[in-house]
Structures are given as structure tokens and as C-alpha cells.
Design a protein around this ligand. Sequence first.
Ligand code: NAD
Ligand code: DAO
Ligand code: ZN
Length: 370
Amino acid sequence: MKTEAAVAFKAGAPLSIETVDLEGPKAGEVLVEIKATGICHTDAFTLSGNDPEGLFPAILGHEGAGVVLEVGEGVTSLAPGDHVIPLYTPECRQCEYCLHPKTNLCQAIRSTQGAGLMPDGTSRFSIGGEKLHHYMGCSTFANHTVLPEIALAKIRRDAPFDKVCYIGCGVTTGVGAVVYDAKVEPGSTVVVFGLGGIGLNVVQGARMVGADRIIGVDINDSRRGLAETFGMTDFINPRGMKPEDVAPHIVEMTGGGADYSFECIGNTTTMRQALECCHKGWGESTIIGVAGAGEEISTRPFQLVTGRVWRGTAFGGARGRTDVPKIVDWYMEGKINIDDLITHKLSLGQINEGFDLMHEGESIRSVVVY
Ligand code: NAD
Ligand code: DAO
Ligand code: ZN
């Protein structure tokens, strides 16, 4: 079939709106009509050319929601008409990783997904006979896409696509990091570095589980008001502070340090601050932000010897097919707020404006509605 897509022909160039060819689903695969997709920093990172694993030409996008149109041979858990959210972290429920209680990093299709291909080693997308790579196994910047069955979460039909698409990455990553990975307890003191599309979801996750104090750290003062409506109790703008003074300042204002901190920027200096603002003996810091290729983190090992814990999370520790439908329920029940984080709605033809808004710090989330 033919479908409309925003194609990334090469790094550093704007996306190009094209009519592309899409082959139907093979065994174990599903054809999905994407109804809406968020534009995330990871798409921009890959498009910039700084992603060492970035492949071109490709159809980017990994934060979508849509409807199943057709299923391939052997697909049992989905049928035409089902509403779904694509999963860049699949859940096969059979691999060594899925069967281990401590990780959500299903490896069933890891190697082909990383190579921009479907599990059989081929692509379903092409243009003028030239192969186009899939992206993060999702390619939601196409109106129609094909995914493995294990990379689709079936969700309730009354959930609005233009909101719940954000659960495909940002919401789940932020809320999930609090709930599934760090397992923040009621009454905790939580520090969130970076109040963007991920950090604001950490803030609301911390509020949801009953944290007493939620301290936000951001160099952009305009993030303060929105963060307060999501549960932030204290705000720090570190501009003008020496980098080495940020953690001691937080330790002092919390009377000993954070129970939990989250780095939601992707900056190795703030990763160190996030660890070192944690409470001696028990404070845990979770890295969510993705640093540039080749960058390294550092701290004095005594920080760890004296009981602080440094960890990281991908997709909020969520097992997509199991947990994403629950997060959709939390949204529909009013337990989490997505509407106020979606600051811009665009058509596919406006997708490059969405990247501009992100780079200018003007948007929290732009959503393309097909
Ligand atoms: P964003 O740009 O929306 O938010 C970043 C925020 O950090 C902004 O508000 C900015 O003002 C603030 N900031 C920048 N430099 C700062 C500094 N030195 N000190 C304090 N604040 C600073 O980005 P986002 O969409 O929220 O993504 C955050 C990070 O999370 C990115 O690195 C992204 O790639 C990563 N991410 C990780 C996962 C995962 O599974 N681990 C998933 C999605 C995104
Ligand atoms: O299993 O080795 C693996 C890779 C898992 C990929 C997880 C990526 C999470 C961070 C990237 C940001 C996603 C938007
Ligand atoms: Zn698995």
C-alpha cells in the first residue's frame, strides 16, 4: 500500500513529506494506522546525526497511538479494530529478560530493531524502490506502519489518540521511573533535574505515589508554574551557581539530602549533582537523560561507599504490553494529567515546526495528528 510519511533522508536535514510504499504484515506482524504521534528528543537526537546508532534514510517517530488494520499469520493477541500503542521496548514474555523480574529490556527482537529492520531482517518501507529503515521498531512518523505483535500494547477504545500517544514514551518513562524502577515511597523527598517532557512526568509520578517534597531544578524559569501544577513544591534555578555548589545547596535545604533524585536532562554534570544531592546512607539517583555519544559520568567512589545508589532506567522500567494499558487507565481515571503537557498540535506537514518548537524550548510536547 501507499502511505504518507515524514522521511529522514539524511542527518541534519529537515524531514521530507513523501508518499512511501509499505508492504503488508508478515507472520507475527501487525499493520497499524497511526492516528497521532508525539515528537520526542530522541527523534531529534537521531535526526541531528549525533546518535551513533542512527540509520538513514529512515522513518523516525516512536511515540504513537493508532488502530490495527490487519494482522499477519499467527497473530493471536490483536485483531483489526483494536487500539494500540507501539512499544520501542517490546515485551515477548518468553525471553530470558522478560522472565527475569528485574528488567523490562526484552531482547527478543533487539538486534534487528537496532538495525532498523523487522525481525526477519527486511524493511516494510521503501520509496522509489529504495529501502527505508524502521526506527526504534515503531516509525510513527508514517500514517501506516508495521510492527511485531510483541511491540504493541492493546489499550481501551475510549482513550483519545492525540493524548495517549504520549504514553508511548514520555509519560511512561517519567511516571514509570518513579513507580516501577525507583519505587518511591509515600513521604519521600524527591529531586527532579530537568522539568521538560520527561521531568514533569517524574514530578507527577512522585505526587501520585505520595512524595512529601518534590524539588525541581531547571535553568528555564518558565517551567516553574507548570511544574507546580504537577506537584513540585520547591524550585531551584541553578543559573549563576557554581556546578559544585548545587548538590550541597540541596543537601542543606532538605536537611541531609534527597531520598530519590532523577536526572531528566542528559547532561553528565547534572547527573553528578543528582547523585551527590542524595541522602547519605540511602539516597538513590536514577539517570533517565541520554548523554551524548562517548560521554562519561564521574563522582568520588566514597559517595557510593557511603550508601548512595546510582542507577538508570529505560522506558520507566515498564513492561509495555502489561503496564502501558494500566497507565492509559490512570490517565482516563484522572490520576495523571497529560492534556496540559501537550502544548502544540500539528499536521504531518508541520512536523518540522514541531522540532523547531522543541529546540527553542517553546513546547513540552508537540503532537502530530494524522
Ligand atoms: P526537555 O528538553 O523537554 O527537558 C529538559 C529540561 O532540562 C528543560 O526544561 C531544560 O531547560 C532543562 N535543562 C537543560 N540543561 C539544564 C541544566 N544544566 N540544569 C538544569 N536544567 C537544565 O527533554 P525531555 O524530553 O524531558 O528529555 C530529557 C532526557 O530524557 C533526554 O536526554 C531524552 O533523550 C531522555 N529520554 C530518556 C528515556 C529513557 O527511557 N531513559 C526516554 C525518553 C527520553
Ligand atoms: O535492550 O539494549 C537494549 C536497548 C534498549 C533501548 C532502551 C532505550 C531507552 C533510552 C532511549 C530513549 C528512548 C526514547
Ligand atoms: Zn522478551
